[in-house]
Ligand binder design. Sequence first.
Ligand SMILES: [Zn+2]
Length: 383
Amino acid sequence: MANNDIIIFDTTLRDGEQSPGCSMNLSEKMMMTEILNEMKVDVIEAGFPAASEGDFKSVLEISKNSEYSVVAGLCRAMESDIDAVINSIKPAKRGRIHSFISTSPLHMKYKLQKTPEQVLELIEKSVSYAKAHCDDVEWSAEDATRTEDDFLCRAVETAINAGATTINIPDTVGYTIPEEYEALFKMLVNRVPNIDKAILSTHCHNDLGLGVANSIAGIQGGARQVECTINGIGERAGNAALEEIVMALRVRQDKLPYKTNIVTEKLCLASKKLSEVTGFNPQPNKAIVGANAFAHESGIHQDGMLKHSNTYEIMTPESVGQIKTDLVLGKHSGRNAFNDRLKTLGHALDQDNLNLAFAKFKTLADEKKDINDADLIGIVKSL
Ligand SMILES: [Zn+2]
């Protein structure tokens, strides 16, 4: 892998699912797995198999159905947790064990009630155990941004010696700022003797609204994997948003000469699918995928846009798969326009279902002037 290739690690189905109101059932997770694969996400974190029977089953099914993406399962630093990951990722073409333990003084003392030496021993033991069963092992230093530098260096060195090939440095509590986070990665690159044997990763939370900025600063400091979620869903204020990181790297190639494999034209579809399964939409002014992200309201802007789209647009709506909504569906719309819009929304229907859906659409159009995307999805779901 060339040095400027960025691995996109999507944790919508694990960290994202942990956000209030975002739990997904198995068929919804399979739908998301399909779109994440189509988008060419490098790694999908599918769940936390030791957490529940349901989580175990989801990771197992995702492993069977992920053609392109590596499937990762999360575990604490204990054998029973690691075994649950090993068993659930067995059918995967490529699987990854992702083990974590806290390294900050606060977490070690109060949460784990362990000494730093005991934590180092646990890292050694858990990573070696995982490595004996799977070549691809990621280790995370939970609460890394509040960990002492010297201890973080020792912990990372221990994990790499035990066989970890990816080292994640999460900002678990969303506390860091870009300059500080970049410096943390540079510190690790400069001080950890075996750092060249692993890929460094970011994992940023958005408590101060800095998740994406911090992730990009991490890349500039030497990280080559980014952990993120569709629509930025996740614990508390959420995770860094996948679509924002990917497009920032693409649009600002002049300052950020990095490359991802993501098929950006699928970004809006992924966002829509996720909204559909979780039942809530990103706010209209959400960057990249929000309903207003490409809407121009002011007269001066509209005039500029008509003369040359670069006047007020730094990327095209097509490049992120924003659906052109200037075509309004109503009772005079034909079957083709109706079918077209359903396809853009990711619902290809067979002839029978299309007939049924079209009849329902006509009935609704008699009652309601304009039919929006949510109405259409409602029709499809009622079939
Ligand atoms: Zn997290």
